[in-house]
Design a protein. Structure first.
Length: 426
C-alpha cells in the first residue's frame, strides 16, 4: 500500500513540475496540497500561489509570454512542491516542519518585496457631515493599498458615519473626497466604478438564501469573474478563511463568527480594492478575533490583489496589532490620524497599565519615593513615569517594592491613552 502511494505521489509530482515549467496558468498545486500535505497552513499557502499563478496566466491570455513575475512565482511553486513531498514523508516530523517554515519565511519575504507601492485608494480632506443632532467634521485621512487603517473612538463619535462617507453611501456636507487609485478626482467621481471596487461589510450582517458555495460563485460572477477564474477565486477565499467544511451550510445554521467569515468571503471573492468593515470584532471570541485580524493582514497585502482596508472597532489591542494607521474620533472630530506606533510620541511621559493586589492608594504609598505617579482611569490603574524611564526599569522597581503583579502593559504609544484623555477632560 505504501509503495503504491509513493508511486502515485511521484507521478503527481512529475505532472505538477511539468505544469510549472510549461503552463504556469494551469498549475493545480491546491489539489496536490489537499491530497498530500499534512498541514492546513501548507494548503493555505498552496491556495495563495495557485491563485497567483492563474492570475498571471489570465493576464498573458495563454498565448503571449508570461509577465516578469512568472519565473519568481515558478521558483516558489517548485519550493512548495518539495516541502509537501517532505512533509508527506515525515508527517509532522521535525524535518518537515523546519523545511516548511524555511519556505514560508522565503515566501513572506518574496511577497513583501513584490507587493505594489502603497497607492492611495481613498483620500478625504476636511470632511464634514451634519445631521440634526450630530456633526462629523474636520476629518482628513488617506487609505492605501496593502494597509489596514483602524477607526476608533467611544460610541456615537461618528465612526459609522465616516465609513459610509468612504463607501460613498453618504455625501459629505463639506470637504473633498477622491479615489486616486480608481483614476477618480474630487468633484468628478464615477461612482459606478468606485462601487465596483469597494466592498462594505456592515455591523448588522445581511443574510442570504442558498448555500455559501453557490453564493460565492454568484457573487464573483456578478463582478465579471467567470469560468476557471471564478472557481480559482472561490477556492482561494474558501481556503484562506477556513470555510471548506461549511460550504453547504445555510445562513440560519451558522454562528455569529462564521456569519462574519461568510460575509467577508462574499465581499473578498471578487477582489475589491477597498474593503470597509464596521465593528467586525464585536461578536467574536478572543480566538476568533485573533484569527480574523491575521487573515485581514495577510489578505490586505496579497501578492496579486492588495487591498486597502479600513475598519472600526472598540478592541484596541487587536486593532493595534495589525493596523498601520489609526484614526481617533472624539465628539465627531478627528483628534489623531497617523501611524499606529506614533501615538503620543511627543508626550514627555511613559504610561503603564498595571493590575496588582493593591488598590491605587496603597500602590501609591508603596511607590511614594520613586517619582512614579499612580492614578486610576476607566477602572484601570496607571503608572506615569518620565519618558527616560522604560518598561524594564518600572518592572524592576515594582518587583523590588514587592508589588504582586497580575498583569503589566506598556501603553505609552497606545491609542488607549487617547481614551484616557477623553475621560480626564469630562
Amino acid at each position: 500500500m505504501l509503495e503504491e502511494h509513493n508511486t502515485t505521489l511521484a507521478q503527481d509530482v512529475h505532472k505538477l513540475r511539468h505544469a510549472v515549467s510549461e503552463t504556469l496558468g494551469s498549475v493545480d498545486i491546491l489539489s496536490f496540497a489537499r491530497r498530500y500535505a499534512p498541514d492546513s497552513e501548507i494548503v493555505k499557502r498552496a491556495a495563495l500561489l495557485q491563485y497567483a499563478a492563474r492570475s498571471l496566466g489570465d493576464v498573458s491570455g495563454g498565448d503571449e509570454e508570461l509577465p516578469n513575475e512568472a519565473p519568481d512565482l515558478a521558483f516558489e511553486l517548485m519550493n512548495l512542491i518539495e516541502v509537501i513531498v517532505a512533509a508527506n514523508a515525515a508527517g509532522y516530523g521535525e524535518r518537515a516542519i523546519r523545511e516548511r517554515e524555511e519556505v514560508l519565511v522565503r515566501l513572506r519575504d518574496y511577497l513583501r518585496q513584490r507587493a505594489p507601492a502603497n497607492e492611495i485608494v481613498f483620500k478625504g480632506q476636511e470632511l464634514a457631515k451634519r445631521f440634526e443632532h450630530f456633526e462629523l467634521h474636520g476629518v482628513s485621512l488617506e487609505l492605501r493599498l496593502g494597509e489596514i487603517t483602524g477607526v476608533v473612538g467611544e460610541n456615537a463619535q461618528g465612526k459609522t458615519t465616516l465609513l459610509r462617507l468612504v463607501a460613498g453611501d453618504l455625501a459629505p456636507t463639506a470637504g473633498e473626497i477622491s479615489y486616486p487609485a480608481f483614476a477618480q478626482q474630487a468633484g468628478a467621481i464615477d461612482w459606478f466604478k468606485v462601487k465596483q471596487q469597494t466592498a462594505f461589510v456592515p455591523q448588522e450582517l445581511p443574510h442570504w438564501g442558498g448555500s455559501l458555495r453557490d453564493t460565492l460563485h454568484f457573487e464573483a460572477s456578478l463582478h465579471g469573474i467567470t469560468g476557471r477564474e471564478n472557481q480559482a477565486a472561490v477556492d482561494f477565499i474558501v481556503e484562506r478563511l477556513g470555510l471548506r467544511n461549511h460550504l453547504g451550510m445555510k445562513w440560519h445554521h451558522l454562528s455569529g463568527g462564521f456569519r462574519l467569515r461568510f460575509s467577508l468571503a462574499r465581499a473578498l471573492v471578487w477582489r475589491p480594492r477597498l474593503l470597509i468593515l464596521d465593528e467586525p470584532l464585536a461578536n467574536l471570541d478572543m480566538r476568533a478575533k485573533a484569527a480574523l485580524m491575521k487573515d485581514l493582514r495577510d489578505l490586505s497585502s496579497s501578492y496579486t490583489h492588495p487591498i486597502a482596508v479600513v475598519l472600526s472597532s472598540h478592541d484596541i489591542q487587536n486593532v493595534e496589532s495589525v493596523c498601520s494607521s489609526i484614526l481617533f474620533l472624539r465628539g465627531g472630530r478627528s483628534e489623531y490620524f497617523g501611524e499606529t506606533n506614533a501615538v503620543c510620541q511627543d508626550e514627555n511621559l511613559n504610561v503603564f497599565e498595571v493590575s496588582c493586589s493593591l488598590d491605587v492608594e496603597a500602590l501609591s504609598d508603596r511607590l511614594n519615593d520613586t517619582g512614579f505617579t499612580v492614578r486610576e482611569s476607566m477602572l484601570r490603574t496607571l503608572l506615569e513615569t518620565p519618558k527616560s524611564v522604560g518598561a524594564a526599569e518600572v518592572l524592576r522597581t515594582l518587583l523590588d517594592r514587592q508589588v504582586d503583579l497580575v498583569s503589566f502593559r506598556d501603553i505609552s504609544r497606545s491609542v488607549r491613552r487617547l481614551f484616557d484623555q477623553v475621560t480626564d477632560t469630562q
